[in-house]
Design a protein around this ligand. Structure first.
Ligand code: BGC
Length: 533
């Protein structure tokens, strides 16, 4: 790995990027849902965390069947979030505070409320309007064009009044776009230009690996197995999962790379650096490297850590593989342990483990993503079935609980739910036990998760650069993994015994700091520390 350039043109390489889920961040008008003015109001909080950029999940016009990832007009703001003027104010304020702004772009599908889809329904079979989507006739036996299962459960095809079917990898309200049609690419380039003109500094590309489809009229040999393999909540023997994932006919097909080569030219045509990060959950993970070749995108999410156990050997394997794989193309890694689609890390691994893992990752070379509320150590909230809104819950008839538990709004202040999030009734209830987890409470406690994140991000900015990264795996059999970077030692203990490490100065500890005495400090289980030798 070469040293990162600190010039603005490569700002993302080592950036800490804070993901905001707009509906759950802060409600400025009391309607129970977060909004853009609410984000603007809280941007100082975000800047004070010490992050470099924000990424906002969609806030565009949408019937909101899939948390806004069903977009009816990608160049406007949904009234529930405000309007375009609010978006402009929010972006300007972020820039004033030194934060770059990434917005989501969702090229795999539109909402069925998008003008193109409505026109396609009216225009009928064989029309140029239908050619923007994947419309096909039924098979001779009257069944849908193939046997694919939607990622949210149920068939991936829905029939329209004249008998044709359209493809939707997600909800039936999210018709997939046909990327073989140049009109689609043109339209997305317009959307990209639109948001760059509004001030965006980059894009998170949703389902980036899904745009090119192959064998669309061919049945898959094991559609149910494939559908289970794609669901992280379904356990499956690893070799079976890998074999199935290598056979997905709608993900990670060669055609996607053509699209990103052309997008890269578009990104590079603006008068400021524009970056893009691919949400591409591909198998085997080495395939992710292709998305960040020098003429494609700037970052690709690494999702391994969203499902990895808190175990030094596994973490070493995943992190080291990622760093090594990306060297081939000169790209920097990204690290994420929570997002709006996954169980929150504090619930998945435990509160102490979550703090330790975050501190460990903040030491690594590359870019770190932090999902709003992660800095507070929020767990997943219990959501009553009657309150659930995730289409995967609805389409699987409750078999999959869905992602609502990780989308419950932020607790800001006070003792009563919704803890300052809204003056009205919050769209999902905040657990009453979150009174201990509010920003207000944690800001005044130097041992809180929030205080740890702030200290860690400030030390990261002050001390670390990518030079001389070296692993220490000498104690890995005891669950202890370490590395040194820029003269700082970063260690994590996933084992069940404390270990003594030679140290002259403790810099950070994920919880209850050990004392550094006689040139040694004690690293307890479920902890990570930064220190100097
Ligand atoms: C987004 C999800 C969304 C899906 C369909 C994803 O990967 O992150 O929230 O449901 O794309 O758009």
């Amino acid at each position: 790995m070469t040293s990162p350039t600190t010039t603005d043109s490569k700002w993302w390489q080592e950036a800490v990027i804070y993901q905001i889920y707009p509906r759950s961040f802060f409600d400025s008008n009391g309607d129970g849902e977060g909004d853009l003015p609410g984000i603007t109001e809280k941007l100082q909080y975000v800047a004070d965390l010490g992050v470099d950029a924000i990424w906002l999940s969609p806030f565009y016009t949408s019937p909101n069947k899939d948390g806004g990832y069903d977009i009816a007009n990608p160049r406007d703001v949904d009234p529930r979030f405000g309007n375009l003027a609010d978006a402009k104010l929010m972006i300007n304020k972020a820039h004033e505070l030194g934060l770059k702004v990434l917005v989501d772009i969702v090229p795999n599908h539109f909402s069925s409320e998008h003008a193109w889809f409505k026109a396609a329904l009216i225009a009928g079979p064989g029309s140029k309007e239908r050619a923007r989507f994947h419309f096909y006739d039924k098979k001779d036996d009257g069944t849908p064009p193939n046997n694919w299962i939607s990622l949210f459960g149920g068939p991936a095809w829905t029939q329209v009044a004249d008998g044709q079917y359209y493809l939707h990898l997600f909800d039936s309200s999210q018709p997939d776009l046909n990327w073989e049609n140049p009109e689609v690419d043109q339209d997305f380039k317009e959307t990209i230009s639109f948001w760059v003109k509004m001030g965006a500094d980059g894009f998170r590309i949703d389902v980036a690996h899904g745009l090119a489809k192959e064998n669309i009229l061919t049945d898959h040999h094991d559609p149910k197995g494939l559908s289970d393999a794609l669901r992280i909540d379904v356990d499956m023997e690893i070799s079976k999962r890998e074999a199935l994932l290598a056979s997905v006919p709608f993900f990670d097909r060669a055609g996607v790379h053509e699209i990103y080569r052309s997008w890269r030219k578009h990104f590079d045509s603006f008068d400021k650096p524009i970056m893009a990060v691919a949400e591409a959950w591909v198998h085997p993970p080495v395939n992710g490297v292709a998305y960040v070749r020098p003429d494609e995108l700037h970052q690709v999410f690494n999702f391994d850590l969203l499902i990895a156990p808190f175990d030094a050997k596994t973490l070493f394997r995943l992190v080291n593989n990622t760093i090594e794989m990306l060297k081939d193309v000169g790209a920097y890694p990204t690290w994420a342990i929570s997002n709006h689609d996954s169980p929150r890390v504090a619930s998945r691994l435990g509160a102490e483990e979550a703090r330790a893992l975050a501190l460990f990752l903040f030491g690594l070379p590359g870019s770190c993503y932090v999902y709003n509320g992660q800095e507070l150590g929020l767990p997943d909230a219990e959501v009553a079935d009657g309150d659930r809104q995730d289409p995967s819950f609805i389409r699987t008839k409750g078999e999959t609980k869905g992602r609502d538990g990780a989308r419950v709004p932020m607790p800001w202040s006070g003792q009563e739910s919704p803890f300052g999030f809204s003056s009205g009734k919050s769209w999902l209830p905040l657990p009453t036990t979150w009174n201990e987890l509010t920003v207000e409470i944690q800001s005044s406690n130097s041992d809180s998760s929030l205080s740890l994140y702030k200290r860690a991000l400030s030390e990261r900015a002050r001390l670390l650069s990518a030079e001389d990264f070296t692993w220490d795996v000498s104690r890995i059999d005891h669950g202890v993994l370490g590395f040194s970077r820029a003269g700082i030692q970063v260690y994590l203990n996933s084992g069940d015994k404390s270990v003594k490490l030679q140290a002259s100065e403790l810099i950070l500890s994920s919880s209850s700091a050990p004392t550094c005495e006689n040139g040694e400090l004690e690293l307890m289980p479920k902890r990570a520390i930064w220190f100097k030798r």
